[in-house]
Ligand binder design. Structure first.
Ligand code: SF4
Ligand code: SF4
Length: 481
């Protein structure tokens, strides 16, 4: 458990009192608020979405719905992920507590008005404030018009009493009497599962809450290794659904573990669950699936210039995000596809994709695979910006360091060869953009290799090794300048 998580665990009771005092202050805010922001986004944030500009309002009555086989709930194919709410201008971290409520309310209102009815949050998102803001936003709408998902943070290793307190806190934060879809959050290791859910009795407690109608459907989200998935599927529990990471990047591409990463995983005694293997397991278990990370933390919404051009040649009007969502939404057993939407433009684009949904044709699947091959020929780091590795005790902003590098790579601004005609220009652009995007004290070269982050990354990135590589890279750029 890291410092941040420990603090969360220790302080959840005191913050509960704070949330009690949080009123519905900005209820009734006009949904149109964020629309005028659309044209103001920097290109780096919108490139993958720009193709859909000028299409006007998405339809309000064309959303595709899928029926949960157990509850009969008709769930919108597009689900709203509440881990990346818009932030106030003074916010210091995209996953922090300073959510721009007015913009968040506008997104929620707009989503509901266009048929989105599934909202996914968690105890830990935005350090607890996501549940509060989402609850306040939804409270202004009839309860029967939406479904709410939230999660028990097993990684905080709650005792039974703490888990009970957390669940009550979640109901208070969200202002709900029942949770529609409740998850055991981020199952990663059998040890933690056994400790929290079996020995501490938290699973039995949650099943009791389901009996009482305070939880309507009980499931789990998975980021673990093979042993964890085998274990959870072998339990004598009737799970109502599962939330898993699916995207075309992981399913179309046969990932070969690099030797250095394989050595790290060996040392950790972890066998990562390959996506295809995991998907086949959950299919065989006949679990309705909630898809997370369909865009791989935004990487597939952005792509790089060459791969984006391949997609746009086939369908000039469609964004890269649209291709990615169409791919996963066409997979068997998928109930809804979550997207953590920060900007109105992202929401509108995703609504267009799902209202109504049309699956990829065989030819389009081939085009998507070609674009992926081009994308993978670059050396990008598969960080989804989930923030699970944070905080770093030495202050490194791990997701921002990786995002900056990936963005430069995608924009063909990565200086590689000093003999290249563009080298001086690219070198300068890289250093200037790093200056802008990652504060000096939070950069790769500050990494001490303490390894504290290593076990936290659900994407199994060898973070210290990547930090050493990027730190050395920047050092060389400086020297060559
Ligand atoms: S290995 Fe580096 S990035 Fe990871 S926690 Fe330690 S100092 Fe931070
Ligand atoms: S490095 Fe891993 S844990 Fe950290 S933000 Fe990226 S994907 Fe998440």
């Amino acid at each position: 458990m890291d410092d941040h998580e420990r603090k969360q665990k220790e302080s959840f009771v005191s913050r509960r009192a704070l949330f009690k005092g949080a009123g519905v202050g900005v209820a009734g805010m006009a949904a149109a608020y964020a629309l005028d922001k659309v044209g103001l986004l920097p290109d780096a944030l919108t490139r993958g979405f720009s193709a859909n500009k000028g299409f006007g309002e998405p339809p309000t009555d064309k959303m595709t719905y899928r029926t949960h086989p157990g509850s009969g709930d008709k769930i919108s194919l597009l689900g709203f992920g509440c881990m990346r709410f818009p932030m106030l201008p003074q916010a210091t971290s995209p996953g922090g507590t300073q959510i721009d409520e007015r913009a968040a309310f506008a997104l929620v209102d707009y989503a509901l008005a266009h048929g989105v009815n599934y909202f996914d949050t968690a105890y830990t998102y935005h350090r607890g404030i996501s549940e509060v803001v989402m609850g306040k936003a939804l409270k202004r709408h009839p309860r029967e018009t939406y479904f709410v998902a939230t999660k028990m943070p097993g990684r905080l290793l709650p005792t039974l009493e703490q888990a009970k307190e957390m669940f009550e806190t979640q109901l208070e934060r969200t202002q709900l009497e029942y949770i529609d879809y409740y998850l055991l959050h981020n199952l990663q290791s059998v040890d933690v599962y056994q400790q929290v859910y079996e020995k501490n009795g938290v699973l039995e407690y949650l099943l009791e809450q389901k009996e009482k109608g305070r939880i309507r459907n009980l499931g789990w989200s998975f980021h673990g290794d093979e042993a964890m998935l085998e274990y959870i599927l072998s339990r004598d529990v009737k799970w109502d659904f599962a939330q898993v990471q699916l995207n075309y990047h992981d399913l179309m591409h046969q990932y070969i573990t690099p030797p250095a990463l394989a050595a790290m995983l060996d040392a950790l005694q972890v066998v990562p669950a390959q996506t295809q293997w995991m998907y086949e397991k959950v299919l065989a278990a006949e679990l309705p699936l909630i898809v997370m990370e369909p865009l791989l933390g935004g990487r597939l919404a952005r792509l790089n210039k060459k791969s984006l051009a391949i997609l746009q040649e086939e369908r000039p009007q469609d964004s890269a995000a649209s291709w990615a969502i169409r791919y996963v939404a066409g997979l068997p057993n998928v109930l809804t596809v979550l997207s953590g939407m920060t900007y109105m433009e992202h929401l509108q684009d995703n609504i267009r994709t799902c209202a109504p949904f049309t699956p990829l044709t065989e030819k389009e699947s081939g085009v998507l695979k070609s674009a992926l091959d081009v994308f993978l020929s670059a050396d990008n780091i598969r960080c989804t910006r989930c923030g699970y590795c944070m905080p770093c005790p030495y202050g490194i902003d791990i997701p921002e360091v990786f995002t900056h590098y990936n963005n430069c790579l995608d924009d063909e601004l990565l200086p590689k060869d000093a003999r290249h005609a563009d080298y001086v220009q690219q070198r300068r652009a890289y250093l200037v953009s790093q200056e802008r995007d990652v504060p000096e004290l939070r950069r790769a070269e500050r990494c001490t290799g303490c390894n504290k982050c290593v076990k936290q990354c659900p994407q199994y990135i060898n973070i210290p090794q990547e930090m050493a590589r990027l730190g050395k890279f920047v050092e060389e750029l400086r020297v060559k300048g």
